[in-house]
Design a protein around this ligand. Structure first.
Ligand SMILES: [Zn+2]
Length: 237
């Protein structure tokens, strides 16, 4: 059945679990309140009168979170042609055909002028923005990161479109490749990937020692990576 909390419509699904001591609830994407109740509490009137008022603030907060996740993860699975993310922020994408290749942005929009009306060609122009963004972040943060690891030598960074990884490490050459795609993400996620790759200078595999090292230099590393894996941008460019 449908109910309203502060004017927002929710679907309420009640499952009776006679052996439950307590009532459990969760919010399924995007607006389905799923309740596991015992015999006493599974009556809808009882839920609406006695349980919902106590949890409605929490439900609303969960709902807002769902919406945000839905937006960035594009849970409808449609590839978004009209927006791209940069550093976790969503921009309108305006592409036009011109006699020059240019890309620039303001607070809300990214403008691309392309000489050729071709997806791959346009992708390359947009990748220059992604790569420049990553290069800037590396420049701004590398000395701090190196001192966390007590590294004195130079590290070489390269930026290129790679679909299967965010970062790649060539530890013998002290060289790291970052995928252009990574520029879509918030800076903390970008930094966590940089820390990860530099961590491979010290531990080459992904055993516990590796993650212990990372937690040491990047607090909440595991949590940050977990979040990163949950965010998938389904965008054309
Ligand atoms: Zn790795």
């Amino acid at each position: 059945m449908n109910i309203y909390i502060k004017g927002i419509e929710f679907k309420l699904i009640i499952e009776e679990k006679p052996n439950n001591k307590n009532t459990y609830y969760s919010l399924r994407y995007p607006n389905i309140i799923y309740m596991k109740c015992n015999k006493l509490t599974s009556n809808p009137d009882y839920i609406i009168k006695n349980i919902l008022p106590r949890i409605e603030d929490k439900i609303l907060r969960m709902y807002q979170k769902n919406l945000k996740l839905g937006e960035i993860n594009n849970l409808d699975n449609k590839i978004d042609e009209n927006h791209i993310h940069l550093l976790g922020k969503k921009y309108n994408l305006n592409i036009s055909i011109s006699d020059k290749d240019i890309i620039y942005l303001d607070f809300k929009n990214i403008y691309v002028q392309s000489k050729i009306d071709d997806q791959k060609y346009i992708q390359k122009i947009i990748d220059t923005l992604y790569n420049d963004t990553l290069r800037q972040i590396v420049e701004d943060n590398i000395s701090g990161i190196k001192s966390r690891f007590s590294i004195k030598y130079d590290i070489k960074f390269e930026y290129k479109r790679a679909k299967t990884y965010f970062g790649e490490c060539f530890f013998k050459e002290k060289r790291i490749i970052l995928s252009s795609f990574l520029a879509k993400y918030e800076i903390k996620y970008i930094l966590s990937v940089i820390y990860h790759e530099i961590g491979h200078f010290f531990v080459h595999n992904h055993q516990d020692k590796f993650y212990d090292l990372l937690e040491n230099v990047f607090p909440d590393y595991k949590e940050t990576q977990k979040e990163l894996r949950r965010i998938k941008y389904l965008e054309k460019y």
